[in-house]
Structures are given as structure tokens and as C-alpha cells.
Design a protein around this ligand. Structure first.
Ligand code: NAD
Length: 484
């Protein structure tokens, strides 16, 4: 198979916060990889804009280091790197002041796609939007990209949407959830809607339950102070995991296009039942001899913030009534492993008798560390000894199935930035979707805040608090092992 890269139109991309952590680790190395792949036209330009005093050469040196650190494959590709660095520029500006804006206006060209990446805290979104208009930098078809967190509750998300709507049309606003840019997440839609095989079984008649796990091995580390203000529910579940839930549960959109897809996702969120207190488990990790506890990492004080949350969710519609969705996410768990598992029901009758054991089909969509899809099927164990059954995976790990070249797909950020340039919003969240997600999450948070309960302790390297295991045990089900 030959890899096909379709170049995007020529663009000017301004990265506000271009010297920040996200720009350094993800955005800039990602753009370089797209340049190297031939997707970025030779005239396109990237302009860093931040408070730090530096000139264009200083910024090029900064980006050179970022690429070397976060895209080690770039070593030995000096020719591409030099050409990429020549496409960079830099403006010192303060989002809240007037300095630098005229310089920025002077750098931008007419007749190319104009995009502004707001890689700064949300408190600055309003100021940036205002100045982009005041200085006549925002063209009618320009795009803005905004980062998470998009609010910390329904009220703040609404306020943020209102602020952006004062200056931009919804079709110009790209709210990033990088999970939607993952290859496997898009493949989930291909598997569901590109095959006849799965969709007829994709409902409560055949699916026993669905598990979504986003497990991290690391703790909050140096981000303790920031994290402690959000917690697992706000940081992971309200956005990334709810997006995965939507894609798994939604009805087939009439078209793979922005509004049809987002309309269907929104319907899923609106069909979610309120969550009862006994269907939520929160946890906080303890330390080990070598690793600090959550409590120590957030400044050696008691905190009621959760580093782990598990929820049993229900969707009240024809397709899913009766099929629970179990979601869990946490830090300092056994392994770094994210997956969605669709667990099918037992066959109605076993012709092989009780000795053949208990077998089930499970479709696993693995998101990290290795992206791929696996379907567990039951076969006869080869050899003599009668009809002994065994479960084997039909493995569709992309690197194996497609060959290493095809499997060298763009990272989520790269893909999404290219979608911004192409003007394709399908993999970005619409304002009403984000608000609906907060509308479901807010009462859950309000409930535990009101109760004032501390999260349950769990051991570093475990699968979370025992109560999370009980959440499934009491339904006669089990979490899958957290394993990379
Ligand atoms: P950071 O603190 O490392 O960088 C912030 C950037 O904003 C710097 O370039 C700084 O110069 C610039 N800045 C700050 N105040 C400014 C002002 N008044 N005017 C102009 N520029 C100003 O932050 P970060 O980690 O890069 O995060 C940026 C955004 O991305 C945040 O909204 C964050 O929540 C989000 N985000 C970050 C990550 C990550 O991995 N770092 C992941 C997801 C989302």
C-alpha cells in the first residue's frame, strides 16, 4: 500500500502561546512532521506569538530544540528542518495589551488560510478575540483553535461560548479534543459504519455492556496545583471519555460531515440518565517508598479532589436501554492503557456443554499505547482431546496489518491542525455539545461536593479503589485488566 498525503492549502498559522509547553511538545513538532511528509505547502508560515521577548531567530532556535526533543526521528533530516525553520516567525505580544499587534497584522498575508491557535489559558480567549478584531486581523473566514479546558462547569462553558460568539461564527471555532484526532477513534467510525458485520449487533440486544478505560501510570507530578483544581472528572471524563462514549453509542449519521456527526453525538449526551451516587466511585492515590502520594504532590495538604473516577452510565434510548456503560480513568494505575471494550452477550445456548467453559466475543478498541483493534473470537483448541474451546484475538494492530509505513500515521494534534486548515470541523466539538456534557457532569460533581466526602485511597500501581471493582461485581461483571 502506498501512503497518500494530500497537501493542504497555503496558510498563515499564528500560535498564541507559541513558547508554551503545549506548543513545544505537540504543536510545533507535529507541524514539522506534516512539513516533512509534504502536507504543508512550501509557502505556508507559522508565527509564534507570546509574551517572551525574542526575535524570529530566537524562536527558530527554540523550535529547533523542541523538534529535537519531541521528534527524535528528525535527527539526520537537517535539510527538511532548515526549510521548515525558514517558514517560522515570531512576534512578542501581550494578549491583554496593545504591544505587538500591529507587527502581527503586518506579517499576515491576504489570500491564504488564516488560523489562530489559542494555546493559552482560557482566561485570555476573550482578550485575544477582541484584539484580533480591533486590529482587523480576523478575516471573515479565519479560524480559531481553542484548547481544553473549555470551562469548568456549565456556567463557565456558556460564558466562554458567549465570548467567542461575540467575535466569531460557530463555523470558525475549532474546540480541540485531541482524542478525536487519534487514528483508532476514527477507525472506530470506519468499523461501525463501513462494515455490515458490526452495526446489526451494535445494540442492547447483543451487547452486554461497554467499558471505557483511560488509565495512566504517572501521577500529577509538577502539575499538582493545576490538577487539584480540576480532578479526573473535569480533566478526563467530561471531555475525552464522553467523546469516546458518544462515538461508540451514536446513531449512524447520514453523512460523515461536521453537523450530521455532531448532531448524533449531542443526542447521545442528551439521552444520558442522571447518575445515582452509588454509581460513582472516586479515588486518590497513596504513595510508595519511592513515589509521593497525591496529597504530597499537591503541596502536602488534604485535598478532596479525585485522581480516579469510575461511573456506571446509562443511555435511555431504543438502542441502549438496558446496556450499562462503565467508565473509569485515573492516575498512578497499574499501566498506561486506554481502551474501549464492547462486550457481547453470551451465545443463547452452548451446544458444547458446560465443560467447554464460558466464552464471549469482545471487540477492543485500543487507544494507547499501541493503537489497534482486536476482536476476540472463540475457536476449537487445535489438536486432539475433543471439543475444547479457546478464545483467540483477531488482531488488527495497524502496524502489523498495514506494514510499518502505512502505520506511521500522524499524531492526533497534527491531524487536527491539518483539519483546521482544510476547514473540516467533523472532529471538533460544537459549543452545544460541550455545554450538554457539562450539563450531565455538573450534578454529579455537585452531589459529591455537597456530601463533602473524601475520595477513597488506592495503592499506586493498582486498578483503583476496591469500590470501583464492586461497581461491576455487583452487576455480575468484571473490569478488564489494565494492561498495555
Ligand atoms: P504554558 O503556561 O506552558 O504556556 C503559556 C503560553 O502563553 C506561553 O507561551 C506564554 O508566553 C503565553 N502567555 C501567557 N500569558 C500571555 C499573555 N498575556 N499574552 C500573550 N501570551 C501569553 O501553557 P501550556 O501548557 O502550553 O497550555 C496552553 C493551553 O493549552 C492551556 O489552555 C492549557 O490548558 C492547554 N493544554 C495544555 C496541554 C499541555 O500538555 N501542556 C494539554 C492540553 C491542553
Amino acid at each position: 500500500m502506498v501512503s497518500r498525503v494530500i497537501p493542504v492549502d497555503s496558510f498563515d498559522l499564528v500560535i498564541f502561546g507559541g513558547t508554551g509547553d503545549l506548543a513545544r511538545r505537540k504543536i510545533l513538532p507535529g507541524l514539522f512532521r506534516r512539513f516533512r511528509a509534504g502536507q504543508m505547502s512550501a509557502e505556508s508560515r507559522i508565527i509564534g506569538a507570546a509574551r517572551s521577548e525574542m526575535d524570529a531567530d530566537g524562536y527558530r532556535a527554540f523550535v529547533r530544540e523542541a523538534v529535537a526533543e519531541f521528534d527524535p526521528d528528525s535527527e539526520g533530516d537537517a535539510e527538511h528542518l532548515e526549510r521548515f525553520l525558514a517558514r517560522l516567525d515570531y512576534v512578542t505580544l501581550d494578549a491583554k495589551g496593545e504591544e505587538g499587534w500591529t507587527d502581527l497584522a503586518g506579517l499576515l498575508r491576504a489570500g491564504v488560510v488564516r488560523a489562530f491557535y489559542f494555546s493559552v489559558g482560557p482566561a485570555l480567549f476573550g482578550a485575544l478575540a477582541e484584539r484580533l478584531h480591533a486590529h482587523e486581523i480576523a478575516s471573515p473566514d479565519c479560524r480559531i483553535v481553542v484548547e481544553k479546558p473549555f470551562g469548568r462547569d456549565l456556567e463557565s462553558a456558556r460564558a466562554l461560548n458567549r465570548t467567542l460568539a461575540q467575535h466569531f461564527e460557530e463555523t470558525q471555532i475549532y474546540r480541540i479534543d485531541h482524542y478525536l484526532g487519534k487514528e483508532t477513534v476514527q477507525n472506530l467510525m470506519a468499523i461501525r459504519f463501513g462494515n455490515m458485520l458490526f452495526e446489526p449487533l451494535w445494540n442492547s440486544q447483543y451487547v452486554d455492556h461497554i467499558q471505557i478505560t483511560v488509565a495512566e501510570e504517572v501521577g500529577v507530578g509538577g502539575r499538582g496545583e493545576y490538577y487539584d483544581r480540576s480532578g479526573a472528572m473535569r480533566d478526563m471524563l467530561q471531555n475525552h471519555m464522553m467523546q469516546l462514549l458518544c462515538l461508540i453509542a451514536m446513531e449512524p449519521p447520514a453523512k460523515f460531515a461536521p453537523d450530521p456527526v455532531r448532531d448524533e453525538k449531542l443526542k447521545v449526551i442528551r439521552a444520558l440518565d442522571p447518575v445515582a451516587r452509588e454509581d460513582v466511585v472516586r479515588g486518590q492515590y497513596e504513595g510508595t517508598r519511592d513515589q509521593n502520594s497525591y496529597r504530597i504532590e499537591v503541596g502536602n495538604r488534604d485535598s478532596l479532589t479525585e485522581s480516579f473516577v469510575a461511573i456506571r452510565a446509562r443511555i435511555s434510548n431504543w438502542r441502549w436501554a438496558g446496556t450499562p456503560f462503565y467508565l473509569r480513568t485515573g492516575k498512578r494505575l497499574r499501566d498506561r492503557a486506554s481502551e474501549i471494550a464492547v462486550v457481547f452477550k453470551d451465545a443463547p445456548h452452548s451446544i458444547f456443554g458446560a465443560k467447554a467453559g464460558h466464552h464471549r466475543n469482545i471487540l477492543t478498541i485500543k487507544l494507547q499505547p499501541n493503537e489497534g483493534i482486536e476482536l476476540g473470537v472463540t475457536i476449537k483448541e487445535p489438536g486432539p482431546g475433543g471439543m475444547r474451546l479457546v478464545d483467540v484475538p483477531l488482531d488488527m494492530t495497524f502496524a502489523d496489518a498495514l506494514g510499518p509505513e502505512e502505520a506511521d500515521f500522524p499524531d492526533a494534534y497534527e491531524r487536527l491542525i491539518m483539519d483546521v486548515i482544510r476547514g473540516n470541523q467533523t472532529l471538533f466539538m460544537r459549543g452545544d455539545e460541550v455545554e450538554a456534557a457539562w450539563g450531565w457532569v455538573d450534578p454529579i460533581i455537585a452531589d459529591w461536593t455537597e456530601a463533602g466526602e473524601a475520595p477513597l485511597p488506592y495503592a499506586t500501581g493498582s486498578s483503583g479503589p476496591d469500590d470501583a471493582l464492586m461497581l461491576m461485581h455487583r452487576d455480575g461483571r468484571r473490569w478488564r485488566e489494565i494492561r498495555a
